[in-house]
Ligand binder design. Structure first.
Ligand code: FEO
Length: 392
């Protein structure tokens, strides 16, 4: 795709990666993604903001073919999907200076072996003049690495936000015209990437709200021509608190744990608790992470394998602990054959959740009447807890 005009002085550059299906060898990308860079031309100087994933360097370099001079190459974030083509851009423009936070400079030297003399470091709030356009840099640590910054161009009323507010979508839409689809993708992105840093994001949201902006141009997904769309959504995800949602994520080998999970889901639904049910071996972990953005309760279902939990449940517990959702209650259900430490193992894996651990329901063999009665009590407890929080 060629460069696309945003204004007389600002162009979208970048690459749309329609076929990528996995990020960081971890995160599913059902809709692909894009790596957005931007060109800002002032009356005196020209800046490129971010680059693209190294696998698509040729796309960016073709877009820069008619750009004779670049003075500044702004690196908001050191992760390689945005920084990976910096060496190629510096080779074409050897006099350009890479603009980064001090921490960003150190990380880019480590990750890409860029010589230190190529950098200009900028403080929070510092500006660089391009003539009749200004780059104002705002440090935004932990969205989602510690070195990150964003750039405000006040004359254009645009905020270039890098990963902050991004969405993994491959699309030809320059702007977020299909708002529902973009917010859904941005929520997936928030859940997988940003959720562990809620407190830092809340502070950075305050900085964004203080700016006079007409557009937010992230480094993944479409540009927001209506900034409130994504700023308000982020506010809700960061500060809105959990909802009346229970996530029941389970794995079953011979059907016992599945019968327990299915029974519990039905009992919760009867009590007015909305449930997101996931069979872990076939679950898109992005969907699971999205459900955890809103969940007040997490129930992990696992059979016992070699005395411990099933590896699929271990993976889900590890993931939930890492992305730190705001769940208030958690427990384990499942079945074992002759001996088990599955419950203790899972409970010990989720210290970051700060959740009240509800009594588990763990049975020997096929669940019996008493086990279904215990699941009924668990459903009553979860509904009561949600009611106490005013969620139900
Ligand atoms: Fe899109 Fe943190 O890189």
């Amino acid at each position: 795709m060629k460069a696309r005009r945003i204004s007389d002085r600002v162009s979208w550059l970048g690459a749309v990666d329609w076929n990528r299906r996995l990020f960081d060898s971890l995160i599913p990308l059902p809709d692909g993604t894009s790596y957005n860079a931007y060109l800002v031309r002032g009356s005196e100087k020209t800046a490129v903001l971010d680059t693209v994933d190294p696998a698509m360097t040729d796309v960016l370099m073709a877009q820069l073919a008619d750009v004779p001079k670049v003075d500044y190459l702004v690196a908001h974030h050191a992760e390689q999907d945005h920084s990976g083509s910096i060496p190629a851009v510096l080779e074409k423009y050897p006099d350009a200076r890479v603009v980064a936070t001090p921490k960003g400079k150190d990380m880019l030297i480590d990750l890409l072996l860029i010589p230190g003399e190529k950098f200009i470091t900028v403080a929070d709030g510092e500006t660089l003049s391009l003539g009749d356009r200004t780059l104002r840099f705002i440090h935004a640590p932990w969205v989602h690495w510690p070195e990150t910054m964003v750039t405000h161009v006040p004359e254009e009323r645009i905020l270039f936000s890098c990963d902050f507010f991004g969405s993994h979508i491959a699309t030809t839409d320059l702007y977020a015209t299909d708002e529902g689809r973009v917010v859904e993708a941005a929520k997936r992105y928030f859940a997988e990437i940003m959720m562990p840093f809620r407190a830092a994001i809340a502070k950075n949201l305050e900085k964004v709200r203080a700016l006079d902006i007409a557009a937010i141009a992230p480094s993944h997904g479409p540009v927001y021509g209506r900034p409130a769309l994504i700023v308000d959504a982020y506010d809700e995800w960061v500060s809105g608190g959990p909802k009346n949602v229970a996530v029941v994520a389970y794995v079953s080998m011979h059907g016992s744990t599945e019968k327990m999970a299915t029974f519990l889901v039905g009992a919760l639904a009867e009590r007015g608790v909305r449930v997101e049910q996931f069979s872990l071996p076939v679950t898109d972990i992005g969907k699971l992470a999205m459900a955890l953005v809103d969940a007040a309760t997490l129930v992990l279902g696992t059979p016992t394998v070699l005395v411990g939990p099933h590896p699929a449940a271990v993976y889900a517990a590890y993931l939930a602990n890492a992305i730190r959702p705001q769940v208030k209650f958690a427990t384990v259900i499942g079945s074992y054959g002759w001996g088990t430490k599955a419950v203790e193992t899972i409970a010990g894996m989720i210290p970051n959740l700060k959740a009240e651990i509800l009594p588990p329901v763990y049975c020997k063999g096929h669940p019996r009447e008493a086990d279904f009665a215990a699941l009924t009590v668990l459903a009553d407890t979860i509904a009561a807890k949600h009611r106490e929080l005013g969620l139900l």
